[in-house]
Design a protein around this ligand. Structure first.
Ligand SMILES: Nc1ncnc2c1ncn2[C@@H]1O[C@H](COP(=O)(O)OP(=O)(O)OP(=O)(O)O)[C@@H](O)[C@H]1O
Length: 299
């Protein structure tokens, strides 16, 4: 199971919705795309499922190019993109049956799938009702069941808990946790708490770019330094830094200690007030988003 994005770019006229994304996701587990409104999350998931085509670059699913061979590439994929809407006069069962025919699932397999999905999502409790009578949470369970039908290896979910009440959120998150035990799940969320709870790997995107990838940051050692002045800092001890007023988030070169860094910064003229370790997702999010979404308009 593998999702591979190579220089993936999507422009909408003047808007660069995705900007040269390179990413590889392998094996089972849940990967979350976290980012503010307009970051490019849905665009990435739509490109992965061939709802839209890239301006440059490519998506490969299990080594098959999605834009060139969509049918083959999407064979191992179940997806839930944007809010699920179903024909209101059909029952959940009828929708699943209809989908199973499109997916080429035989009658016997469909029966066993209904049993499996019932256990996974609880859809069996109201499969005989018309979807026009479903609550949002029921629709979401049905949508997850549709995505899971045929047991695809790769599951792509756009904001799967959006609009659900707290109980609905807990239920759907539990379903996703179960799914991720054996499948590759790629989902988007704008909730830090959801990413923390669900995701084995979290990727923060903003302005169409990957700003943070937890898989790349095992060695990342961040310091938050609050100073009474603000200067440009340099040197081989510091791998990268961002600055918001007099607050610096510093990624240090792992071969140096915190004391080395602080001594160096004082030498450079930084008047340090206090230093904190900076390693949880909230802090990382604030440091990379900087409290505001980036404008990804070209002009
Ligand atoms: N069909 C479109 N036409 C023009 N611009 C679009 C279109 N779809 C998305 N965009 C723009 O592309 C950028 C990324 O949008 P996208 O929907 O991917 O963000 P998102 O991270 O999913 O945001 P949200 O959390 O609000 O759903 C935004 O600037 C958005 O306005």
């Amino acid at each position: 199971m593998e999702i591979y994005l190579d220089s993936l770019t999507k422009n909408y006229r003047k808007i660069k919705a995705l900007d040269s994304i390179n990413l590889k996701i392998e094996g089972h587990g849940c990967t979350g795309l976290l980012g503010p409104n307009g970051a490019g999350k849905t665009t990435m998931l739509k490109l992965c499922t061939n709802i839209i085509k890239p301006s440059h670059g490519k998506v490969e699913l299990n080594n098959v190019n999605v834009a060139i061979y969509p049918e083959k590439a999407l064979e191992p994929v179940g997806a839930l993109i944007e809010q699920p809407e179903f024909y209101s006069y059909l029952t959940g069962y009828e929708i699943l049956e209809f989908t199973s025919k499109i997916k080429g699932i035989g009658k016997d397999e469909f029966k066993s799938e209904m049993k499996r999905l019932g256990e996974l999502t609880g859809i069996d409790a109201y499969a005989d009702r018309k979807t026009g009578t479903y609550s949002r949470g029921m629709k979401q369970r049905l949508a997850l069941s549709v995505a899971m039908l045929g047991n695809p290896e790769i599951i792509i979910l756009d904001e799967p808990t959006f609009g659900l009440d707290p109980k609905g959120m807990v239920d759907v998150r539990n379903i996703i946790k179960d799914i991720a035990k054996e499948h590759l799940v790629l989902l988007s969320t704008h909730l830090i708490s959801e990413a923390r709870e669900l995701c084995d790997r979290t990727i923060i995107i903003n302005g169409g770019k990957i700003e943070y990838d937890s898989a790349m940051s095992a060695e990342r050692s961040l310091l938050k330094i609050t100073a009474t002045n603000s200067i440009d800092i340099t040197g081989d001890k510091i791998k990268d830094y961002s600055r918001d007023g007099n607050v610096f988030i510093i990624e240090k070169n792992p071969s140096f200690s915190n004391y080395d860094i602080i001594g160096d910064l004082i030498k450079q003229g930084l008047k340090i007030e206090y230093v904190e370790k900076f390693d949880n997702l909230e802090n990382i999010y604030v440091s990379v988003i900087g409290g505001k979404a980036k404008d990804n308009n070209f002009s």
